[in-house]
Design a protein around this ligand. Structure first.
Ligand code: HEC
Ligand code: HEC
Length: 480
């Protein structure tokens, strides 16, 4: 279980802790490591995405963010030509020379090629078993890479009628999600290193993979998503208009091995997902406000206050709204895995089986923490950047408007009958988590009440928080 407010206050410097409800795991950045094979040469490089973010918040627009990121990337580009990790049987066409010989310009060109390919792959339905489903079908660019429709879970599989158990999340701002850790400690410049922030990080709702490339494997192979295989993917790419570009990027012999092709696909997708101007531009109204370039309206400002107020929304204790100590822009998540008792979504086919539970980090999707009771019911706190573009909320997509989500936060404990089934006059609270795991549930404000108490937020306050959440959408133009 994560340390609660009270425990933190007890265990660390009591005075200092008062200003912040929880340790702020608010990382503007994560060093991103790439390694891939370019025309017979392995290239590894890392991008320092953090500087880009920090600069972006202070800068006018996304374009400068992109430039800043490219500059910081340049500083740390490292060409490791000797690290050739070819899976293709033939030797590389041009074995790397000992000096390790790619210029910065060549590395940029390689990243540019890889990004362009990743983008084509992302939008290509021919990679799927059905030929109908692309990554973009569930992750629509116009909706911050979340679904364009309001289904709780998306349709997939060979017949396009199968469903999984989870809502498709946004793919934006994933660059700062740290690798999964059972006990997360912040670095000193970001917060207090001595505090154990509990399970944190990792991709997907349960944090089960750490890299975009490993993540992309999941939907491509899943029988209820793209339902494909390395052989099918290779055949599709060989027949695609970009087959030549794929060879140019990964080497003439890339198609000789299905596994090598598949790995290259995953790398290209990961590289595309790390395009700063597309995936983490920091161009919301709130970013402009933090940079002193615009004002919030009275309602938005009031919403922000309620969002931050530890006795009202207390939202910022998990969805961090302030810059880090080193000036990086807020990610609106501390990436902690937390149980908040989201009701069972009875519309999901998997939930027709009363014995089935999606328990998040302890399974069944995630296998490595199975049987560890303290991980049951916890899901990764999502970013709230661009949340107003989403049409389904929470891991099971049960709610379809931000007002519903806010009512859940405000009234989960004061009026549980509004959210959970009532049987014979008794509310079946926390109906999607077996009772033996209830100790994992969060009980900090606004979840610190009981029936009969006043909800932490009233309707007018909820309206203002929603107005504030709408300032987190990218693409704001100063003066608009
Ligand atoms: C059928 C719909 C569907 C398709 C197609 C799909 N995804 Fe997803 N995506 C999801 C769902 C659902 C999740 C959450 C999975 C979970 O938590 O277990 C997800 C999660 C992710 C995540 C992790 C996000 C986070 O917050 O940690 C990434 C990255 C991602 N998808 C990338 C891709 C890529 C790349 C492709 C194409 C190869 C793709 N997705 C295809 C539905 C889809
Ligand atoms: C104790 C930590 C915590 C607090 C406090 C908290 N949240 Fe969350 N939030 C989460 C977690 C964890 C999830 C995902 C839960 C799930 O799906 O099971 C979430 C999900 C959400 C979502 C859905 C996002 C999506 O992409 O589906 C919204 C919107 C949201 N929170 C807004 C708020 C607001 C507004 C407040 C304050 C009233 C708040 N949260 C307070 C941890 C928290």
């Amino acid at each position: 279980m994560r340390l609660g407010l009270t425990e933190i206050r007890k265990t660390v410097a009591p005075d200092a802790a008062l200003s912040r409800a929880r340790p702020a795991v608010n990382r503007g950045c994560r060093a991103m490591a790439f390694s891939f094979v370019v025309a017979g040469m392995a290239v590894s490089m890392s991008l320092a995405g953090c500087d880009a973010g920090a600069t972006a918040a202070a800068a006018d627009a996304g374009a400068s963010a992109a430039r800043a990121s490219v500059d910081s990337a340049a500083a740390v580009v490292r060409v490791a030509a000797h690290e050739v990790t070819h899976e293709v049987k033939q030797p590389a066409a041009q074995p790397a020379t000992s000096g390790g010989g790619q210029s910065r310009g060549q590395v940029y060109e390689a990243v540019r090629q890889m990004t362009a390919l990743g983008k084509q792959l992302f939008f290509d339905p021919s990679l799927s078993g059905s030929g109908k489903l692309a990554c973009a079908s569930c992750h629509s660019p116009d909706h911050a890479f979340s679904p364009a429709n309001s289904l709780s879970v998306q349709l997939g599989g060979g017949d396009m009628h199968r469903t999984g158990m989870r809502a498709a999340p946004t793919l934006k701002y994933l660059q700062s999600v740290p690798a999964f850790a059972e006990h997360y400690h912040e670095s000193d410049d970001e917060g207090d290193e001595s505090v154990d922030a509990g399970p944190t990080g990792g991709l997907t709702w349960d944090g089960r993979v750490d890299r975009g490339s490993d993540q992309a494997r999941i939907p491509l192979l899943s029988s209820f998503e793209m339902g494909s295989s390395p052989a099918k993917v290779t055949a599709a790419i060989k027949a695609a208009p970009y087959a030549g570009a794929f060879r140019a990027a990964f080497g003439e012999h890339i198609f000789d091995s299905d596994d090598a092709t598949f790995k290259a696909v995953l790398q290209a997708l990961e590289t595309f997902e790390q395009t700063p101007e597309v995936f983490y531009p920091y161009t919301s109204k709130y970013d402009a406000y933090l940079a002193g370039k615009t004002q919030l309206t009275k309602a938005e400002l009031h919403g922000l206050q309620l969002f931050n107020d530890e006795k009202k929304g207390n939202c910022a204790s998990c969805h961090i709204s302030q810059r880090t100590l080193d000036g990086a822009p807020p990610q609106f998540s501390d990436f902690g895995l937390i149980a908040i008792g989201v009701p069972r979504n009875r519309a999901l086919p998997v939930n027709r089986d009363p014995r089935f539970y999606d328990l998040g980090a302890c399974g069944p999707e995630r296998a490595d923490l199975e049987g560890r009771a303290e991980f049951c019911g916890i899901f990764r706190t999502p970013t709230l950047r661009n949340v107003a573009l989403k049409k389904s909320f929470f891991h099971n997509g049960i709610y379809h408007s931000l007002e519903q989500v806010l009512h859940f936060y405000a009234e989960r404990d004061t009026n549980p009958e509004k959210f959970y089934p009532v049987s014979k006059g008794k509310v079946q609270k926390f109906d999607d988590l077996p009772q033996r795991y209830w100790a994992n549930l969060n009980t900090e404000p606004p979840f610190d009440r009981k029936p009969g108490d006043k909800p932490a937020l009233n309707d007018a306050e909820i309206k203002d928080i929603v107005a504030f959440l709408n300032t987190l959408t990218d693409g704001y133009k100063t003066g608009s």
